[in-house]
Design a protein around this ligand. Structure first.
Ligand code: AR6
Length: 166
């Protein structure tokens, strides 16, 4: 089942939360900064062993001080106007995060609105990709991941997801 939440993803106690990271996987601002602060120093230490991550790919770590069990780190595309495969790359973030969830027998997962902050991806098309990609995965692989939460941080994103999820 797909659910929509407004608030801080670091408080969510799903099996996994997804981090909108950068290619270094060594932390940053926005949701990435919040996740690293809440998880503690050990998360950074594990991330150092991963040798970064390409845009559109995803890697998993433990969650340390967070209430969830795992963090799936994915790297969204920077918005360059739509002509640099941004749509395809953003879809891959959601798809590859779901693949990792399936491989790790994760039953519940929470996604932030990847790329829609510092990386500047327009919110509505990004939300459409998020919802379409997750739905497609659940159709193709039913009975793997059971609960998907889209966690939005602002009122505008909440309204956008509400209008897409009806
Ligand atoms: N919980 C849920 N959503 C949040 C939270 C939170 N605690 N904090 C922010 N958001 P961004 P990006 C929302 O900028 O665009 C970092 O520096 C926010 O309102 O975090 O993928 C990384 O290291 C927005 O809707 O990620 C990268 O360098 C969404 O999360 C870069 O930013 C994503 O905003 C990645 O940029």
């Amino acid at each position: 089942m797909i659910r929509l939440l407004k608030g801080d993803i670091t408080k969510v106690n799903t099996d996994a939360i997804v981090n909108a990271a950068n290619r270094t996987l060594l932390g940053g601002g926005g949701v990435d900064g919040a996740i690293h602060r809440a998880a503690g120093q050990e998360l950074l230490e594990e991330c150092r062993t991963l040798n970064g991550c390409e845009t559109g790919e995803a890697k998993i770590t433990k969650a340390y001080q967070l209430p969830c069990k795992y963090v799936i780190h994915t790297v969204g595309p920077v918005w360059h106007g739509g002509k640099k495969s941004e749509e395809e790359l953003l879809g891959k973030c959601y798809w590859n995060s779901m693949v990792i969830a399936k491989e790790n027998e994760i039953k519940s997962i929470a996604f932030p609105a990847i790329s829609t902050g510092v990386y500047g991806y327009p919110k509505r098309p990004a939300a459409k990709i998020a919802v379409d990609t997750v739905k497609k995965f659940m159709e193709q692989f039913p009975e793997t991941v059971e609960d998907i939460y889209f966690v939005v941080f602002d009122e505008e994103s909440l309204k956008i997801y509400e209008s897409i999820l009806v």
